[in-house]
Ligand binder design. Structure first.
Ligand SMILES: N[C@@H](CCC(=O)N[C@@H](CS)C(=O)NCC(=O)O)C(=O)O
Length: 204
C-alpha cells in the first residue's frame, strides 16, 4: 500500500471530502492538521502555496476538486465514460461557483461591501442556485449526478457544514431538505462512518 499523507488544517471545508474518499478507498493515511505556524514553514514547499495537498509516496497532489476527481476515478466513483464524467463535472463547477463566492465573501474585509454583497446574494443568487441544486439532487435519486453515488457527493458532504455557516441561511435544512439528506447518506457509508467516528472533531 502506498504511503499517503494528507495536509490540511483542522477544519472540514475543502479537505474533508478527500479524507472521506481515502477512507472509502480503504487507504490508510496520515491525517496532518497543521497549525498556522507549521503552515507558514511548509507553504513554500506546496505546489500552489495552498492546502489541501495529498502526498502519495512523496508525490504531491494539489487542488481539492482535482484531488477528489482523481480519487473518485481510483475508487470507482467516477463516470463510466467522458459523457458521464462531464455530467459530474458540470454540477461540480456549478457548485464550485457557490463555494468560491461564499468563501470570498467570508474573507471580504470591507464590512460595508460585505453587507452589500450578502444582501445581493440573499436576494438573487442564493435562492436560485440553492433551488437548482436541490432540484438536481431530486432528479438524481438523492445524488448530484448520474443518479448514483459519485465523488461529487463526497465534495458536497465534506463542505456542507462550512457552507451552512457561510451562507447564513438558518433554515437551509428545512428549505432545501435534499442537502442534509445527501450529506447524511455519504456520512453513513460504513467506511466513511468509521473514519468520521474516530477523526478529530471539527465544526466546519
Ligand atoms: N482552489 C483551491 C483553494 C485552496 C485554498 O483556498 N486553500 C486555503 C485553505 S481552504 C489555504 O491554503 N489558505 C492558506 C493560504 O493560502 O496560505 C482548492 O480547492 O484546493
Amino acid at each position: 500500500m502506498p504511503e499517503v499523507k494528507f495536509y490540511y488544517f483542522h477544519v472540514k471545508v475543502a479537505g474533508e471530502a478527500i479524507r472521506m474518499l481515502l477512507a472509502y478507498g480503504s487507504q490508510e493515511f496520515e491525517d496532518i492538521r497543521l497549525s498556522d505556524e507549521e503552515w507558514a514553514a511548509l507553504k513554500p514547499t506546496m505546489p500552489f502555496g495552498q492546502l489541501p495537498v495529498l502526498e502519495i509516496d512523496g508525490k504531491k497532489y494539489a487542488q481539492s476538486i482535482a484531488i477528489s476527481r482523481y480519487l473518485g476515478r481510483k475508487y470507482g466513483l467516477a463516470g463510466k465514460d467522458i459523457e458521464e464524467d462531464f455530467q459530474i463535472d458540470q454540477v461540480m463547477d456549478f457548485f464550485g461557483d457557490l463555494r468560491t463566492r461564499a468563501i470570498a465573501l467570508f474573507h471580504e474585509e470591507d464590512e460595508a461591501n460585505k453587507a452589500k454583497i450578502q444582501k445581493e446574494y440573499e436576494k438573487n443568487y442564493y435562492p436560485v442556485t440553492l433551488k437548482k441544486l436541490n432540484e438536481i439532487i431530486t432528479e438524481n435519486n438523492g445524488h448530484l449526478a448520474l443518479g448514483k453515488l459519485t465523488w461529487a457527493d463526497f465534495v458536497f458532504a465534506g463542505i456542507y457544514d462550512c457552507l451552512r455557516v457561510l451562507l447564513k441561511i438558518p433554515d437551509i435544512d428545512e428549505q432545501f431538505p435534499n442537502f442534509k439528506k445527501l450529506q447524511k447518506s455519504v456520512l453513513s457509508i460504513p467506511k466513511v462512518k468509521a473514519y468520521c467516528d474516530k477523526a478529530p472533531k471539527a465544526d466546519w
